[in-house]
Design a protein around this ligand. Structure first.
Ligand code: NAP
Length: 241
């Protein structure tokens, strides 16, 4: 049995100030992690998040699209047990309508942001360490209006499978969330619109409810603690088809 305990472990979570990253940080600290480093761009949001988790939560503010900032962050950190790359922006639009600059920005954020964290973070992992990358359900389930995001997500899954060979015995896995009720949706929908949207989504799913940040955090924890799982993509989508 190769299940890892989180007791005494150090974990870095990008995009840790909210949503899935914050839920995961809370879960890991409850399970005995020694240190969880939450990262994001907004210092105040990070401080509030860390305060909600207690003294073993630390913060670092940097932008995952900025190579110098990513390199500087990881130069200060060694012996990382797990790296979780949840930070990403979001953008929608038909290929024929979305400005190319916005489509490129999405790649910069969700693809290159995770790539840079892998490039500079992987050498700082312990030999039994792991990386959890983030894709999304539309990588394999087409939906008009999100082609760029679908392409980014598919690219991340391919990156994860290959990187798992390149940095072995360290492990690399990709979690594939469905529609999850997190602050990500606040950029597009009002609070009332989100409530209606997720009620509808929940009713349409085989599991009969919408996804929560904690559902995805639980899947990340499985990928981190199962020492025989690498190069995998794990769907956490309530059966969305
Ligand atoms: N929620 C869903 O329905 C859903 C579905 C499929 C896939 N996913 C994926 O799951 C992951 C986590 O999503 P979530 O729902 O937890 O999102 P979220 O609540 O929006 O959290 C993402 C975090 O990333 C940070 N971030 C964004 N751009 C950044 C940048 N350039 N540099 C550093 N930090 C940055 C944000 O904080 P700052 O703004 O303060 O930097 C934010 O706290 C993402 O990869 C998302 O694409 C989510």
């Amino acid at each position: 049995m190769t299940e890892q305990s989180f007791v005494g472990q150090k974990i870095v979570i990008t995009g840790g100030a909210g949503g899935v990253g914050l839920a995961l940080g809370r879960d890991l600290l409850e399970r005995g992690a020694e240190k969880v480093v939450l990262t994001g761009r907004d210092k105040d949001k990070l401080v509030r998040a860390a305060e909600s988790l207690g003294p073993r939560a630390e913060t670092a503010a940097f932008d995952v699209t900025n190579e110098d900032q990513v390199a500087e962050f990881f130069s200060d950190h060694t012996d990382i047990d797990h790296l979780v790359t949840a930070a990403a922006g979001t953008e929608r639009g038909l290929v024929t309508e979305l400005e190319v600059a916005k489509a490129r920005a999405l790649f910069e954020s969700k693809y290159w942001g995770q790539y840079l964290c892998c490039k500079y973070g992987a050498p700082k992992l312990t030999p039994r360490g792991s990386i959890v990358l983030f894709s999304g359900w539309i990588s394999r389930k087409p939906l008009a209006g999100v082609s760029t995001l679908a392409a980014v997500d598919a690219a991340i899954e391919a990156l994860g499978r290959t990187l798992a060979l390149e940095i072995a015995p360290r492990r690399v896995n990709t979690v594939v969330p469905g529609m999850i009720d997190t602050p990500l949706w606040a950029a597009r929908l009002s609070a009332e619109e989100q409530r209606v949207h997720f009620a509808k989504v929940g009713a349409s799913l085989p599991v009969g409810r919408a996804g929560l940040a904690e559902d995805v955090a639980h899947a990340c924890r499985f990928l981190m603690e199962n020492g025989f799982t690498t190069g995998a993509t794990l769907d956490v989508d309530g059966g969305q088809r």
